[in-house]
Design a protein around this ligand. Sequence first.
Ligand code: UQ1
Length: 443
Amino acid sequence: MFSRATLARRSLSAASRRGLATVTTAKPNPQYKVVVIGGGSAGLAVAARVARDPLFQGKKEILVIDPSSKHYYQPLWTFVGAGLKKLSESEMAMGELIPKQADWLRESVSKVDPKNNVVVTNGSEIKYDFLVVAPGIKLDFEKIAGLKESLGRDGVTSNYAVESVEKTNEFIQAFKGGNAIFTQPATPIKCAGAPQKIAYLAEEIFRNKGIRDQTNVQFHSGMGKIFAIDKYAEELTKVCQSRDINVNLLSNLVEVRSDKKEAVFKSLGPQGGESIVKYDLLHVTPPMSAPAFIKESGIANADGWVDVNKETTQHTTYPNIFSLGDASGLPTSKTAAAAAAQSAVTGENLLQAIKSTAGSPSAYNGYTSCPLITGKGKLILAEFSGYTGKPLETFPFNQATESAFSYYLTSDIIPSIYWNGQVKGLWGGPTGIRKLTNPFNNS
Ligand code: UQ1
């Protein structure tokens, strides 16, 4: 049941005044045709696609569950961390984005009972006919000793948290030389390019401020490669060499000793061991993992992600469950661009399942994209299939080269594609465009 507090907050919200999504009155046993867990870029895109179908007009048969009052377009946070965009440009009230044919429950999910088609939250139990699991990925700051206490203070920051992303810019601007260290963990993360993007932008700022020769820029990654796809990894390695960014692979941050301004790295290579590095600026990308309720609900694969068919996004055991986005087990890189492509497939297959139509299912090809900003006005636009490892570039030039076009596309055009397209269920990625702009895929 919906708590009184939730209902009270909702009735006063801007969204209900404007006639957008509203929560229904409390029912003893609420049931929805479609329940979507997560109002992020994956969940909203699917909710909006389903809500557009004639079947759902004039009804409230879709429920989106998300406790957050704000939704963030997180791909902008690298820009925010480097002072190139304001945090407010990435922010929108959640109530503005929930489709008007859907209800919004501001609670967090504690469990799914897939055998009985029930979602349990911290205040409610909701029955569903169909479930979309898109809760996103969990940031595990506490898995690095000393990090939680030091984050946002004395040069320790992270673009991955709303609380610290503006601190990144503050600390980069205040930096006077010394060791500037940027880290990437050994776990899967969202936007695997972001840990190095901020290193490139910071290095450029230090150069422009005339303090580069007093500065040692280090990138430490727990992974064995700088980027998963060789075509882009080769160019990024050249960028690091030409700009004297010291790359340390299989070097995993395990502890921050803020009293001594020391970062402790564990080598994941055959030689093992630990190294202690003094820092003056430390940008941390925390380890990440799947939300625990997925495993506890018996819908996870061995790694804790939702166990789905990699083409249809449908659950391997429960056909009325679909999953996409960062929490899904779809074996590709976790980005908003991947979620866009997945949302088109999930939306179509879910509607087919709802209507029991026997059409052939839509298939996801693993498309994902990572706009790797290498400086102000310079960007390597990686686009590829995480399933084949092959580039799938939209434009007929080599997107592994640094490009001003790719930069302005990412900073000025794609955010409006996101707000006007993706979260409204109208953007399923550039596949359709690519067939016209790069028909022979010469990438
Ligand atoms: C994309 O579709 C997308 O989703 C809105 C992004 O968001 C983060 C992207 O960064 C990129 C690059 C794409 C791909 C779109 C084009 C036009 C190449």
